[in-house]
Design a protein around this ligand. Structure first.
Ligand code: NAP
Ligand code: F7E
Length: 356
Protein backbone atom coordinates (compact mmCIF):
# COMPACT_ATOMS: atom_id res chain seq x y z
CA UNK A 1 0.00 0.00 0.00
CA UNK A 2 1.34 3.47 -0.89
CA UNK A 3 2.03 5.39 2.32
CA UNK A 4 0.98 9.02 2.21
CA UNK A 5 2.42 11.59 4.62
CA UNK A 6 1.15 15.09 5.30
CA UNK A 7 3.67 17.48 6.87
CA UNK A 8 2.68 20.83 8.33
CA UNK A 9 5.69 23.14 8.64
CA UNK A 10 7.39 21.56 5.60
CA UNK A 11 9.29 24.79 4.83
CA UNK A 12 10.92 24.70 8.28
CA UNK A 13 14.15 23.05 9.38
CA UNK A 14 12.58 19.74 10.49
CA UNK A 15 9.97 19.67 7.72
CA UNK A 16 12.67 19.74 5.06
CA UNK A 17 14.68 16.88 6.61
CA UNK A 18 11.53 14.84 7.25
CA UNK A 19 10.34 15.27 3.65
CA UNK A 20 13.71 14.00 2.37
CA UNK A 21 13.62 11.07 4.78
CA UNK A 22 10.07 9.99 3.87
CA UNK A 23 10.61 10.36 0.10
CA UNK A 24 13.67 8.15 0.52
CA UNK A 25 11.40 5.52 2.09
CA UNK A 26 8.97 5.58 -0.84
CA UNK A 27 6.29 7.79 0.71
CA UNK A 28 4.08 10.18 -1.23
CA UNK A 29 4.68 13.45 0.64
CA UNK A 30 2.26 16.37 0.90
CA UNK A 31 3.24 19.62 2.61
CA UNK A 32 1.31 22.67 3.74
CA UNK A 33 2.83 26.01 2.86
CA UNK A 34 1.75 29.51 3.75
CA UNK A 35 1.48 32.20 1.12
CA UNK A 36 4.34 34.69 1.51
CA UNK A 37 5.02 37.85 -0.47
CA UNK A 38 8.44 36.40 -1.29
CA UNK A 39 9.41 32.74 -1.74
CA UNK A 40 10.24 30.87 1.49
CA UNK A 41 10.92 27.42 0.01
CA UNK A 42 14.74 27.62 0.18
CA UNK A 43 14.98 24.53 2.42
CA UNK A 44 12.93 22.39 0.01
CA UNK A 45 13.92 23.91 -3.34
CA UNK A 46 16.20 20.94 -4.02
CA UNK A 47 13.17 18.63 -3.71
CA UNK A 48 11.05 20.91 -5.90
CA UNK A 49 13.80 20.72 -8.56
CA UNK A 50 14.07 16.92 -8.28
CA UNK A 51 12.19 14.12 -10.04
CA UNK A 52 9.95 13.74 -7.00
CA UNK A 53 8.10 17.00 -7.70
CA UNK A 54 4.44 16.51 -8.74
CA UNK A 55 4.94 12.73 -8.81
CA UNK A 56 5.58 12.00 -5.14
CA UNK A 57 5.86 15.51 -3.68
CA UNK A 58 2.98 17.98 -3.49
CA UNK A 59 2.55 21.37 -1.80
CA UNK A 60 -0.78 22.90 -0.75
CA UNK A 61 -1.40 26.45 0.38
CA UNK A 62 -2.77 26.40 3.92
CA UNK A 63 -2.45 27.86 7.37
CA UNK A 64 -2.91 25.68 10.43
CA UNK A 65 -5.01 28.40 12.09
CA UNK A 66 -7.62 27.88 9.32
CA UNK A 67 -9.72 24.84 10.26
CA UNK A 68 -11.86 24.67 7.11
CA UNK A 69 -8.68 24.45 5.07
CA UNK A 70 -7.39 21.57 7.23
CA UNK A 71 -10.73 19.68 7.04
CA UNK A 72 -10.71 19.85 3.25
CA UNK A 73 -7.07 18.86 2.86
CA UNK A 74 -7.32 15.84 5.18
CA UNK A 75 -10.43 14.74 3.25
CA UNK A 76 -8.67 15.14 -0.12
CA UNK A 77 -5.22 13.77 0.75
CA UNK A 78 -6.34 10.96 3.12
CA UNK A 79 -2.87 10.77 4.70
CA UNK A 80 -1.63 7.58 6.34
CA UNK A 81 0.56 9.71 8.63
CA UNK A 82 0.31 13.36 9.68
CA UNK A 83 3.35 15.16 11.10
CA UNK A 84 2.31 18.40 12.80
CA UNK A 85 5.50 20.47 12.77
CA UNK A 86 3.97 23.90 12.07
CA UNK A 87 4.40 26.40 14.89
CA UNK A 88 5.55 29.86 15.82
CA UNK A 89 8.60 28.08 17.18
CA UNK A 90 10.79 30.87 18.61
CA UNK A 91 10.63 31.02 22.42
CA UNK A 92 11.94 34.61 22.66
CA UNK A 93 9.55 35.84 19.97
CA UNK A 94 6.63 34.16 21.77
CA UNK A 95 6.93 36.85 24.47
CA UNK A 96 6.47 39.47 21.72
CA UNK A 97 3.52 37.73 20.02
CA UNK A 98 1.92 35.66 22.83
CA UNK A 99 -1.63 35.56 21.50
CA UNK A 100 -0.61 34.56 17.98
CA UNK A 101 1.71 31.93 19.45
CA UNK A 102 -1.23 30.51 21.43
CA UNK A 103 -3.21 30.25 18.18
CA UNK A 104 -0.51 28.88 15.88
CA UNK A 105 1.41 26.69 18.36
CA UNK A 106 -1.49 25.69 20.62
CA UNK A 107 -5.05 25.94 19.30
CA UNK A 108 -4.09 24.86 15.75
CA UNK A 109 -3.38 21.38 17.10
CA UNK A 110 -7.04 20.75 17.98
CA UNK A 111 -8.05 21.94 14.50
CA UNK A 112 -5.80 19.35 12.88
CA UNK A 113 -6.81 16.58 15.29
CA UNK A 114 -10.48 17.40 14.70
CA UNK A 115 -9.94 17.28 10.94
CA UNK A 116 -8.42 13.80 11.37
CA UNK A 117 -11.20 12.62 13.71
CA UNK A 118 -14.06 13.92 11.55
CA UNK A 119 -12.51 12.27 8.50
CA UNK A 120 -12.50 8.81 10.09
CA UNK A 121 -9.61 9.06 12.56
CA UNK A 122 -7.38 6.70 10.59
CA UNK A 123 -4.30 8.89 10.08
CA UNK A 124 -1.45 8.28 12.49
CA UNK A 125 -0.50 11.59 14.11
CA UNK A 126 2.83 13.02 15.29
CA UNK A 127 2.83 16.11 17.52
CA UNK A 128 6.01 18.21 17.71
CA UNK A 129 6.24 18.54 21.47
CA UNK A 130 9.26 20.03 23.14
CA UNK A 131 11.69 20.09 26.03
CA UNK A 132 10.34 23.63 26.66
CA UNK A 133 7.50 21.83 28.48
CA UNK A 134 9.98 21.19 31.32
CA UNK A 135 10.94 24.29 33.24
CA UNK A 136 14.63 23.49 33.01
CA UNK A 137 15.06 23.33 36.78
CA UNK A 138 18.50 21.84 37.55
CA UNK A 139 17.03 19.45 40.13
CA UNK A 140 14.84 17.80 37.44
CA UNK A 141 17.75 17.05 35.08
CA UNK A 142 18.16 14.82 33.15
CA UNK A 143 14.54 15.23 32.05
CA UNK A 144 12.51 12.25 30.83
CA UNK A 145 8.89 11.39 29.95
CA UNK A 146 8.03 11.33 33.69
CA UNK A 147 9.50 14.75 34.58
CA UNK A 148 6.76 17.22 35.62
CA UNK A 149 5.98 20.00 33.15
CA UNK A 150 6.53 23.67 34.04
CA UNK A 151 6.53 25.79 30.86
CA UNK A 152 8.24 29.17 31.20
CA UNK A 153 7.07 31.01 28.06
CA UNK A 154 3.95 31.62 25.93
CA UNK A 155 5.53 29.13 23.52
CA UNK A 156 5.92 26.48 26.23
CA UNK A 157 2.38 27.06 27.50
CA UNK A 158 0.94 26.75 23.97
CA UNK A 159 2.90 23.51 23.44
CA UNK A 160 1.57 22.22 26.77
CA UNK A 161 -1.98 22.50 25.42
CA UNK A 162 -0.92 20.70 22.24
CA UNK A 163 0.75 17.94 24.25
CA UNK A 164 -2.32 17.22 26.37
CA UNK A 165 -4.89 17.49 23.58
CA UNK A 166 -2.82 14.93 21.64
CA UNK A 167 -2.92 12.57 24.63
CA UNK A 168 -6.64 13.31 25.02
CA UNK A 169 -7.48 12.43 21.38
CA UNK A 170 -5.51 9.21 21.73
CA UNK A 171 -7.40 8.22 24.87
CA UNK A 172 -10.85 9.53 23.87
CA UNK A 173 -11.04 8.55 20.20
CA UNK A 174 -8.40 5.85 19.88
CA UNK A 175 -6.45 7.93 17.38
CA UNK A 176 -2.85 6.74 16.91
CA UNK A 177 -1.37 9.99 18.24
CA UNK A 178 2.16 10.41 19.61
CA UNK A 179 4.07 13.25 21.25
CA UNK A 180 7.75 13.53 20.41
CA UNK A 181 9.23 15.52 23.30
CA UNK A 182 12.25 16.74 21.40
CA UNK A 183 15.20 18.54 22.91
CA UNK A 184 16.93 21.22 20.82
CA UNK A 185 18.02 20.00 17.42
CA UNK A 186 19.98 22.08 14.99
CA UNK A 187 21.60 21.95 11.55
CA UNK A 188 22.97 24.20 8.81
CA UNK A 189 19.26 24.76 7.96
CA UNK A 190 18.43 26.12 11.43
CA UNK A 191 16.62 29.47 11.48
CA UNK A 192 19.10 32.35 11.75
CA UNK A 193 17.77 33.72 15.06
CA UNK A 194 18.17 30.53 17.09
CA UNK A 195 21.32 30.72 19.16
CA UNK A 196 23.45 28.01 17.51
CA UNK A 197 22.94 29.30 13.98
CA UNK A 198 23.27 32.90 15.16
CA UNK A 199 26.69 31.96 16.55
CA UNK A 200 28.02 30.06 13.50
CA UNK A 201 26.70 32.71 11.08
CA UNK A 202 28.19 35.56 13.11
CA UNK A 203 31.60 33.86 13.35
CA UNK A 204 31.64 33.27 9.58
CA UNK A 205 30.72 36.93 9.02
CA UNK A 206 33.43 38.10 11.45
CA UNK A 207 36.03 36.03 9.57
CA UNK A 208 34.81 37.46 6.25
CA UNK A 209 35.09 41.00 7.66
CA UNK A 210 31.33 41.55 7.38
CA UNK A 211 30.51 41.76 11.09
CA UNK A 212 32.34 43.34 14.02
CA UNK A 213 31.39 41.01 16.91
CA UNK A 214 28.80 38.54 18.21
CA UNK A 215 26.26 39.87 20.76
CA UNK A 216 24.34 37.35 22.86
CA UNK A 217 21.96 37.15 25.83
CA UNK A 218 22.17 34.53 28.59
CA UNK A 219 25.30 32.45 27.96
CA UNK A 220 24.84 30.35 31.12
CA UNK A 221 21.74 28.57 29.77
CA UNK A 222 22.33 24.85 29.17
CA UNK A 223 20.87 22.94 26.26
CA UNK A 224 20.94 19.37 24.98
CA UNK A 225 21.73 20.02 21.30
CA UNK A 226 21.40 17.30 18.65
CA UNK A 227 21.28 17.14 14.84
CA UNK A 228 17.84 17.63 13.22
CA UNK A 229 18.51 14.91 10.63
CA UNK A 230 18.76 12.32 13.42
CA UNK A 231 15.57 13.53 15.08
CA UNK A 232 13.24 13.27 12.07
CA UNK A 233 14.02 9.55 11.92
CA UNK A 234 12.85 9.31 15.55
CA UNK A 235 9.55 11.02 14.61
CA UNK A 236 8.95 8.44 11.90
CA UNK A 237 9.86 5.53 14.19
CA UNK A 238 7.21 6.65 16.71
CA UNK A 239 4.49 6.23 14.09
CA UNK A 240 5.69 2.73 13.07
CA UNK A 241 5.09 1.13 16.49
CA UNK A 242 2.19 -1.19 17.40
CA UNK A 243 0.87 1.27 19.99
CA UNK A 244 0.97 5.07 20.21
CA UNK A 245 3.03 6.61 23.01
CA UNK A 246 5.11 9.68 23.95
CA UNK A 247 8.90 9.73 23.73
CA UNK A 248 11.82 12.01 24.61
CA UNK A 249 14.48 12.42 21.90
CA UNK A 250 17.75 13.89 23.17
CA UNK A 251 21.50 13.32 23.10
CA UNK A 252 22.00 12.95 26.88
CA UNK A 253 24.68 15.69 26.75
CA UNK A 254 24.31 19.22 28.07
CA UNK A 255 26.36 22.33 27.25
CA UNK A 256 26.13 26.03 27.99
CA UNK A 257 25.68 28.61 25.25
CA UNK A 258 29.19 29.79 26.17
CA UNK A 259 30.56 26.30 25.48
CA UNK A 260 28.92 26.36 22.04
CA UNK A 261 30.62 29.70 21.32
CA UNK A 262 34.01 28.33 22.45
CA UNK A 263 33.61 25.14 20.40
CA UNK A 264 32.62 27.05 17.26
CA UNK A 265 35.64 29.40 17.49
CA UNK A 266 37.85 26.39 18.25
CA UNK A 267 36.94 24.95 14.83
CA UNK A 268 38.87 27.90 13.37
CA UNK A 269 41.80 27.52 15.73
CA UNK A 270 40.66 30.48 17.84
CA UNK A 271 40.70 30.28 21.66
CA UNK A 272 38.31 32.66 23.43
CA UNK A 273 39.54 34.38 26.59
CA UNK A 274 36.63 35.49 28.82
CA UNK A 275 36.61 38.55 31.08
CA UNK A 276 33.85 40.03 33.28
CA UNK A 277 30.51 38.62 34.37
CA UNK A 278 26.83 39.18 33.56
CA UNK A 279 26.19 42.01 31.13
CA UNK A 280 29.88 42.98 31.36
CA UNK A 281 31.14 39.60 30.12
CA UNK A 282 33.32 39.81 27.02
CA UNK A 283 35.16 37.23 24.92
CA UNK A 284 38.48 38.09 23.28
CA UNK A 285 40.69 36.28 20.78
CA UNK A 286 43.36 34.94 23.17
CA UNK A 287 46.04 35.37 20.49
CA UNK A 288 45.26 38.82 19.04
CA UNK A 289 43.19 40.44 21.83
CA UNK A 290 40.39 41.34 19.39
CA UNK A 291 36.90 41.64 20.96
CA UNK A 292 34.78 38.79 19.58
CA UNK A 293 31.76 38.39 21.90
CA UNK A 294 29.77 40.65 24.21
CA UNK A 295 26.41 40.60 26.01
CA UNK A 296 23.36 42.60 24.98
CA UNK A 297 20.51 42.44 27.54
CA UNK A 298 18.08 42.91 24.62
CA UNK A 299 18.47 39.14 24.11
CA UNK A 300 17.54 38.22 27.68
CA UNK A 301 14.06 36.69 28.03
CA UNK A 302 11.45 37.69 30.67
CA UNK A 303 11.77 34.12 32.00
CA UNK A 304 14.47 31.61 31.14
CA UNK A 305 14.66 27.84 30.88
CA UNK A 306 18.11 27.40 32.43
CA UNK A 307 18.97 23.72 32.36
CA UNK A 308 17.95 21.18 29.74
CA UNK A 309 19.50 17.75 29.61
CA UNK A 310 17.43 14.94 28.12
CA UNK A 311 17.26 11.26 28.92
CA UNK A 312 16.35 9.39 25.70
CA UNK A 313 16.47 5.88 27.26
CA UNK A 314 12.82 5.05 26.50
CA UNK A 315 13.16 5.95 22.79
CA UNK A 316 16.47 4.09 22.55
CA UNK A 317 14.94 0.93 23.98
CA UNK A 318 11.46 0.99 22.43
CA UNK A 319 12.19 2.61 19.07
CA UNK A 320 15.78 1.49 18.55
CA UNK A 321 16.58 5.18 18.00
CA UNK A 322 19.93 6.74 18.84
CA UNK A 323 21.47 10.04 17.87
CA UNK A 324 24.38 9.65 15.46
CA UNK A 325 25.82 13.18 15.60
CA UNK A 326 27.31 14.37 18.90
CA UNK A 327 27.85 17.95 20.13
CA UNK A 328 31.28 18.30 18.56
CA UNK A 329 30.07 16.83 15.24
CA UNK A 330 27.15 19.25 15.20
CA UNK A 331 29.34 22.30 15.82
CA UNK A 332 31.76 21.20 13.08
CA UNK A 333 28.93 20.62 10.59
CA UNK A 334 27.28 24.00 11.23
CA UNK A 335 30.48 26.05 11.42
CA UNK A 336 31.87 24.49 8.25
CA UNK A 337 28.65 25.08 6.29
CA UNK A 338 28.42 28.76 7.22
CA UNK A 339 32.12 29.47 6.68
CA UNK A 340 32.03 27.83 3.23
CA UNK A 341 28.92 29.79 2.26
CA UNK A 342 30.14 33.17 3.53
CA UNK A 343 33.95 33.08 3.33
CA UNK A 344 34.40 30.36 0.68
CA UNK A 345 36.70 28.14 2.77
CA UNK A 346 36.54 25.27 5.24
CA UNK A 347 37.33 25.62 8.94
CA UNK A 348 40.50 23.57 8.47
CA UNK A 349 41.68 25.86 5.65
CA UNK A 350 41.10 28.94 7.79
CA UNK A 351 42.80 27.41 10.84
CA UNK A 352 45.84 26.54 8.70
CA UNK A 353 46.00 30.04 7.22
CA UNK A 354 46.01 31.44 10.76
CA UNK A 355 48.94 29.26 11.74
CA UNK A 356 51.04 30.43 8.78
P1 NAP B 1 10.88 26.16 12.16
O1 NAP B 1 12.13 25.99 11.36
O2 NAP B 1 10.61 27.44 12.84
O3 NAP B 1 9.66 25.84 11.17
C1 NAP B 1 8.34 26.11 11.54
C2 NAP B 1 7.44 25.78 10.36
O4 NAP B 1 6.07 26.03 10.74
C3 NAP B 1 7.69 26.63 9.11
O5 NAP B 1 7.51 25.81 7.97
C4 NAP B 1 6.56 27.67 9.18
O6 NAP B 1 6.19 28.15 7.94
C5 NAP B 1 5.43 26.80 9.74
N1 NAP B 1 4.34 27.57 10.31
C6 NAP B 1 4.38 28.44 11.34
N2 NAP B 1 3.15 28.91 11.59
C7 NAP B 1 2.30 28.32 10.71
C8 NAP B 1 0.92 28.40 10.45
N3 NAP B 1 0.11 29.19 11.18
N4 NAP B 1 0.39 27.66 9.44
C9 NAP B 1 1.18 26.86 8.69
N5 NAP B 1 2.51 26.75 8.88
C10 NAP B 1 3.07 27.47 9.88
O7 NAP B 1 10.77 25.01 13.26
P2 NAP B 1 11.58 23.62 13.38
O8 NAP B 1 12.84 23.87 14.12
O9 NAP B 1 11.61 22.95 12.08
O10 NAP B 1 10.63 22.83 14.39
C11 NAP B 1 9.55 22.04 13.92
C12 NAP B 1 8.53 21.85 15.04
O11 NAP B 1 9.16 21.19 16.14
C13 NAP B 1 7.95 23.13 15.61
O12 NAP B 1 6.62 22.86 15.98
C14 NAP B 1 8.78 23.41 16.85
O13 NAP B 1 8.06 24.17 17.76
C15 NAP B 1 9.03 22.00 17.32
N6 NAP B 1 10.27 21.77 18.06
C16 NAP B 1 11.46 22.17 17.55
C17 NAP B 1 12.62 21.88 18.22
C18 NAP B 1 13.97 22.28 17.68
O14 NAP B 1 14.95 22.28 18.46
N7 NAP B 1 14.09 22.58 16.38
C19 NAP B 1 12.58 21.16 19.43
C20 NAP B 1 11.35 20.74 19.91
C21 NAP B 1 10.19 21.04 19.21
P3 NAP B 1 6.84 29.48 7.28
O15 NAP B 1 8.07 29.00 6.57
O16 NAP B 1 5.76 29.93 6.38
O17 NAP B 1 7.14 30.43 8.39
O1 F7E C 1 17.87 29.58 22.65
C1 F7E C 1 19.95 31.54 24.92
C2 F7E C 1 18.47 31.55 25.12
O2 F7E C 1 16.45 30.38 20.79
C3 F7E C 1 18.70 28.68 23.35
C4 F7E C 1 13.28 26.12 19.68
O3 F7E C 1 13.56 25.27 18.60
O4 F7E C 1 14.42 24.68 21.22
C5 F7E C 1 14.39 26.00 20.71
O5 F7E C 1 14.14 26.92 21.76
C6 F7E C 1 19.26 29.35 24.58
C7 F7E C 1 18.21 30.08 25.42
O6 F7E C 1 16.38 27.95 21.48
C8 F7E C 1 20.77 34.25 22.68
O7 F7E C 1 18.09 32.45 26.16
C9 F7E C 1 21.51 33.48 24.57
O8 F7E C 1 18.46 29.84 26.77
O9 F7E C 1 18.33 28.78 20.29
P1 F7E C 1 17.28 29.24 21.21
P2 F7E C 1 15.33 27.59 22.62
O10 F7E C 1 14.77 28.78 23.27
O11 F7E C 1 15.97 26.56 23.49
C10 F7E C 1 13.22 24.24 21.86
C11 F7E C 1 13.42 22.80 22.30
C12 F7E C 1 12.01 24.46 21.05
O12 F7E C 1 11.03 23.73 21.14
C13 F7E C 1 11.94 25.74 20.29
O13 F7E C 1 10.99 25.64 19.22
O14 F7E C 1 20.19 30.35 24.17
N1 F7E C 1 20.48 32.70 24.17
N2 F7E C 1 21.69 34.45 23.67
C14 F7E C 1 20.02 33.14 23.00
N3 F7E C 1 19.03 32.67 22.21
C15 F7E C 1 18.80 33.33 21.05
N4 F7E C 1 17.84 32.88 20.22
N5 F7E C 1 19.52 34.45 20.71
C16 F7E C 1 20.52 34.96 21.49
O15 F7E C 1 21.15 35.96 21.16
Amino acid sequence: MQKIALITGITGQDGSYLAEFLLGRGYEVHGLIRRHSISNTSRIDHILRSNYNKIKFFLHFADTTDSSNLMRLIAEIRPTEVYNLAAQSHVGVSFEVPEYTAEATGVSTIKLLEAIRVNGGNSRYYQASTSELFGGLPETAPQSESTPFYPKSPYGAAKLYSYWITVNYRESYNIFACNGILFNHESPRRGENFVTRKITLAIANIIAGKQEKLSLGNMNARRDWGFAGDYVEGMWRMLQQDKPDDYVLATNETHTVREFVEAAFKELGITVRWEGIGIDEKGYDAQTGKLLVDVNPEYYRPAEVEFLWGNPAKAEKALGWKRKVDFRGLVTMMMDADLKEIAGMSCKEYAQSREN
